[in-house]
Design a protein around this ligand. Sequence first.
Ligand code: TYD
Length: 216
Amino acid sequence: MIGVHHPPRQRGIFITVEGIEGVGKSTQVKLIADYLRSRDQSVVETREPGGTVVGELIREVVLNKVPAKMAPTTELLLMFAARAEHLDKVIYPALAAGHCVVSDRFTDASYAYQGAGRGIAQSRIAILEDYVQGNLRPDLTLLLDAPVDIALARANHRGVVNRFEEDEDLRFFEAVREGYLELARIYRDRFRVVDATQPIGKLMDQIRGYLTPLLP
Ligand code: TYD
């Protein structure tokens, strides 16, 4: 495909961490990266939307309050625009150099939020996924799962609210959570669902158990 760069071969391990707000993804991303480093892996930690200069600017547009409501398709395309940049500048080069990439969210978030949450057909998202990523998919996706009320209470406690947290009601996040769980049922090979309400030590033990088989 003209203009879309896909690496010939994927060498590093690509791990994504998903879940609704407040389930503790950013903490787990750090702990996962530390664990991988302790196993002699070089690790790139990153996040979506963002992870690049252009991506962080798109993040501002999509997450911070803009004076007008955005059409769901606009939101979806911005997520994929940020992702195209993220792949080009961060993910492909890191994987090609043999690094592990640990990303706080990736395309499953588009299926869950713009698909299950906003109601965009999964088949439309799949077209963008194929266009932007070719056949690149994560090697492992950890879905941190928690009931919506518990997760949102934690997110609110953090004090910073983005456009989703401010504008959407519980039903939106219920739909997003269900969307994620449905993806985990469909893509059983790469998804692992972990209970985000268990004590952090137990959670990390479980996650380590999922990481170890991927390591050399
Ligand atoms: P962020 O502040 O990173 O939330 P968290 O710390 O909980 O991960 O905000 C990311 C937001 O972007 C989150 O509300 C989900 C949303 N999002 C999408 O709607 N679609 C996407 O494809 C991605 C990557 C994120």
